[in-house]
Write a protein that binds this ligand. Structure first.
Ligand code: ZN
Ligand code: ZN
Length: 328
């Protein structure tokens, strides 16, 4: 009772103040020739309150919307960059070093700029596999993950640009190497991206507010799910690494001069004299450079459409990146 007494007194004082102010307003209204009724004062009060509420809503929405628009923006930039990189890769020998340097510079500025802007926002901790300092609210956790996931891809594109500069004038065997290197970078990044959300969700699920049993159960389930997906990514990465060291062409053999003479000297792809000819399983012969390029996209013989190349690891040799978001 002793503690409640001041509360009651406070409420009474407040009510008196309001009533007093109301009377004063009414008096002023009468003096001003306007009849301010009690209802009108009440509606004014309500109007003020709803304005205050609307303002709070707007404030909350604008901070929410800012995160939303930032996410949309960097996603659009990433999609666009993916397109640019694919086109540059397809240009092969025609690509310009200055253009590639410019693109990688622009990508670098974008990545560094966003991280600089959000340097106090728990974005950097998950990058080095540390959980954020405080438990993030659900939407903030999603925001952290989306931004990191997108910017890591953008950073990998810088690396791919450097690869494109390095392999600019290569043909045939070296061109294949470029494709394998691009694929390797992509698989390394897929592995890293699979790990990126882990510290954030680890912190989120370990929230003791939901009860310690529930939270530890969720954390356990999540880490188990994560482990299996990471093991799979590690396997793909090592498969890509193994493909890099594979020297022999795995869709045919080098043709002997008799085989080349019997088939005629011209390559059906480049219409020129055969250069290091390769004989496929279907007995068709092409230059190594020509057929290597062909098998970057196709799995069948260019002449008879016989299935030649076995389906292996998905190739990212065209310079593209996977566009799906890794949220969990
Ligand atoms: Zn050829
Ligand atoms: Zn054939």
């Amino acid at each position: 009772m002793e503690e409640e007494m001041p509360m009651v007194v406070l409420v009474v004082i407040r009510v008196r103040v309001w009533v007093g102010m109301g009377k004063l307003l009414m008096g002023l209204g009468v003096m001003g020739g306007i009849q301010l009724t009690r209802d009108m004062i009440f509606s004014k009060l309500l109007g003020g309150l709803s304005k205050c509420f609307l303002f709070l809503c707007f404030y909350w929405l604008s901070s929410f919307a800012r995160g939303f628009f930032v996410t949309i923006w960097i996603a659009v930039v990433m999609f666009k960059s993916n397109d640019i990189l694919r086109k540059q890769t397809a240009l092969k020998g025609e690509r310009k070093i200055s253009m590639l340097v410019g693109i990688s510079l622009a990508f670098t500025i974008h990545v560094v700029g966003v991280y600089w802007w959000y340097q106090n926002d728990d974005l950097l901790y998950p990058l080095i596999m540390l959980p954020p300092k405080s438990i993030p609210p659900f939407w903030h956790a999603i925001f952290i993950i989306m931004v990191n996931d997108t910017l890591v891809r953008q950073a990998a594109m810088i690396l791919k640009c450097i690869l494109l500069i390095y392999y600019k004038n290569s043909r045939g065997r070296n061109y294949r190497k470029q494709g394998q290197m691009l694929t390797l970078v992509e698989y390394l990044m897929l592995l890293y991206r699979a790990l990126l959300p882990t510290p954030v969700w680890y912190r989120f699920f370990l929230n003791k507010e939901y009860g310690s049993l529930f939270s530890s159960l969720m954390t356990g389930l999540y880490l188990t799910f994560k482990l299996t997906s990471v093991v799979e990514k590690v396997q793909s990465f090592f498969a890509a690494l193994k493909a890099l060291s594979r020297k022999e062409v795995h869709y045919g053999a080098y043709a002997t001069s008799e085989q080349v003479n019997a088939a005629g000297d011209l390559c059906a792809i480049c219409q020129e004299k055969m250069h290091t000819p390769i004989i496929l399983r279907c007995k068709h012969i092409f230059c190594e450079d020509c057929v290597s390029e062909w098998f970057e996209r196709e799995r069948t013989c260019p002449l008879c459409r016989a299935l030649v190349k076995s389906a292996d690891l998905r190739s990212f040799s065209d310079g593209t990146t996977s566009l799906l978001f890794q949220i969990f």
